[in-house]
Design a binder for this molecule. Structure first.
Ligand code: AMP
Length: 294
């Protein structure tokens, strides 16, 4: 595997079907599942690693976000990627960009309400990656459901010749959705962190038993985790990222909470088919995550 720092060096490796996996590094099994899927489906697998300052708000953890290029490059190579594109910020933003990309109607709720400008930062950097690296396929986690909805829509609206592939959430063995920020959660805070996935799994059970009411599903999450202070619990349509009263179209049920200094988000992904609802709860690891390996 080669590590490159410029867009043109990355493009020079392209052959056949090109798959891109954008990340901010400090990789875990969630990221690796995206890379492994790209490996199965594409001829060239490109992983990008860039901690994007545009998507962090004032007072967020941009400076302290965990960075470890050597660790990450070994993991990316082991997962079978061909190229790791790790640009310095002078390559990504040679000058502060005058152009920003926004998908306002999908960005207003949930994470966007609590983190103004976050999704504009995400949409801008992903647009740059799609424009400059020209992948035919780009892989993103369902873990970040609102982000996935925004990226799917921007690729469609801007006519990028790319297929956006959403991949199941990977969870730690106790159910906590993997996130690089889980390294901020202490042993004492762990039970509170687990309340998110416990609540969502209870709602998944209810959906599978026939429950279709948005407010009731949201209440199930909250009552399963009575001691957690949620920022939100919402059943949202995947297409418009709007609250659903009733589960009548493809959706996600999402929850967010701050636990200590970690802001945690999680969701379940729900397909509505004529035969009924199919819930993707994600996949659990069978042992401890590599996040805690060193
Ligand atoms: P990040 O490095 O946090 O920007 O994440 C890079 C990509 O990995 C995004 O598409 C995320 O949605 C995805 N991702 C992060 N955590 C998980 C997870 N637990 N399971 C699946 N995908 C994930």
């Amino acid at each position: 595997m080669e590590i490159v720092e410029t867009f043109s060096q990355a493009r020079a490796h392209h052959h056949g079907a090109v798959g891109l996996v954008p990340t901010m590094g400090y990789l875990h099994e969630g990221h690796l599942s995206l890379i492994e899927r790209a490996r199965r489906e594409c001829d060239t697998v490109l992983v990008s690693l860039f901690v994007n300052p545009l998507q962090f708000g004032p007072g967020e953890d941009f400076e302290s976000y965990p960075r470890h290029l050597e660790r990450d490059s070994q993991l990316v190579a082991h997962a079978g990627a061909d190229v790791l594109f790790a640009p310095p910020s002078t390559e990504m933003y040679p000058e502060p960009p005058f152009t920003r990309v926004a998908v306002p109607s999908l960005s207003a709720a949930m994470e966007g309400r609590d983190r103004p400008d976050h999704f504009e930062g995400v949409a801008t950097v992903v647009t740059k990656l799609l424009a400059a690296l020209q992948p035919g396929w780009a892989y993103f986690g369902r873990k970040d459901a609102q982000q996935l909805a925004i990226i799917t829509r921007l690729a469609f609206d801007l006519s990028f010749p790319v297929t956006i592939v959403g991949c199941s959430t990977v969870r730690e063995f106790d159910g906590l959705a993997l996130s690089s920020r889980n390294s901020y959660v202490s042993e004492e805070e762990r039970p509170e962190a687990l309340a998110l996935s416990r609540g969502l799994m209870a709602a998944a059970n209810a959906i599978e038993s026939g429950e279709r009411s948005g407010p009731i599903l949201e209440a199930i999450v909250r009552t399963t985790a009575p001691n957690t202070e949620f920022s939100y619990v919402q059943l949202m349509s995947r297409r418009a990222v709007q609250r659903l009263e009733t589960l009548t179209e493809d959706a996600f049920l999402a929850a967010a909470a701050s636990v200590g200094r970690a802001r945690l988000i999680d969701n379940i992904h729900i397909d509505v088919t004529p035969a009924g609802c199919e819930v993707d709860r994600g996949k659990r690891l069978t042992g401890p995550s590599i996040l805690y390996g060193e």
